[in-house]
Write a protein of this length. Structure first.
Length: 329
């Protein structure tokens, strides 16, 4: 079943605006995702995206300010699509609450400013940054498989997609030290073959069992499943803490408070950083002094409609405390 982009006028309008700004828009990729969505082969959050664009049209935010996020939505790389998706969902959520004041802050930093934007909280302008609520080593593995794909296709003239699944937490602390070995083993394996089919490959990354398969290109999301909740929480806190420290330095430089927004789209419903893991991860913050500019967290889950929302406020006196979302506004 084919569904035209015109069925989603907000997304279509954004694609035209992005094209006018010189953004490379890969409509064929989005058309393929729309077809999968229509055939119930994948959710890709198009209804939620459409709602976000509808809310943003009510704001004094031009599409030019959203160029980077819109561009990412029309790229074939899954990591870019997910980045653009989570940013747009956050923008739409805050616009719907009447909190969004700026997209891209501070100005003067092109399409990649230090913060996603600013929201109005309790009469104060607060910068915010958005991350996908998923583990952050997926992109490390993806870069290795993408490079191997490029080399194999150049050598053979064929087309290839490498898919992988993991049956344990794929946190950077575990996966990072083994990436070079994965690259070597994957290259040696592919060097034996000049055409499909290619046998699968198993690889162990510090306790994470990675299963790799090879086939023709398809629009298929990676299926990651996790079992080690305690390790997931520890690795998640390590990732979150780096995010706080990085943005804390930028916030101090620009003289602003900031909040961090973690977004879980329905396409990441099987990710290991679920709300239970996120709460457990924040338990590791006890006794940790965080930057004075840090205001707190949002966790937005778009796996249902309307999205679920959790908030934590940080003060140096009390540390991190979960609060009702209305208390953050």
């Amino acid at each position: 079943m084919h569904v035209a982009l015109s069925n989603f006028p907000g997304l279509e309008s954004a694609s035209r605006a992005a094209s006018a700004l010189g953004v490379d828009v890969d409509k064929s990729h989005v058309d393929g995702l729309l077809d999968l969505h229509a055939d119930n082969c994948g959710d890709y959050d198009f209804p939620a995206l459409e709602s976000a664009f509808a809310r943003l049209r009510c704001e004094t935010v031009g599409h030019a300010a959203l160029a980077e996020s819109v561009s990412d939505l029309f790229q074939a790389q899954e990591a870019k699509y997910r980045k653009g998706l989570t940013e747009m969902l956050a923008f739409g959520h805050f616009a719907g609450l009447g909190l969004l004041r700026e997209v891209g802050w501070p100005p003067g930093h092109g399409r990649s400013p230090p913060f996603e934007g600013r929201i109005l909280l309790g009469g104060r302008m607060v910068a915010f940054d958005v991350k996908a609520a998923i583990e952050n080593s997926h992109d490390l593995i993806q870069r290795v498989t993408d490079a191997a794909t490029t080399i194999w296709e150049a050598r053979t003239g064929g087309r290839l997609q490498i898919r992988f699944t993991a049956d344990g937490l794929d946190g950077r602390a575990r996966v990072g030290p083994t990436v070079a070995a994965l690259r070597t083993q994957l290259s040696a394996h592919l060097a034996q073959w000049t055409s499909l089919p290619i046998p699968g490959l198993k690889f162990q990354m510090n306790g994470v069992h990675l299963r790799i398969s090879f086939g023709p290109p398809q629009l298929v999301s990676m299926d990651m499943s996790y079992t080690d909740t305690a390790s997931a929480a520890a690795d998640a806190w390590s990732y979150i803490k780096r995010h706080i420290d990085t943005k804390g330095s930028l916030a101090a430089r620009h003289g602003t408070q900031f909040a961090l927004v973690y977004v879980q789209p329905s396409t990441a419903a099987s990710a290991d950083m679920r709300i239970q893991t996120f709460k457990a991860a924040l338990g590791h913050a006890a006794g940790t002094r965080l930057p004075g500019e840090f205001l707190g967290f949002w966790f937005l889950r778009f796996t249902e409609s309307p999205p679920s929302e959790w908030c934590w406020r940080y003060t140096s006196e009390s540390g991190l405390l979960e609060v009702d979302p209305t208390a953050m506004r």
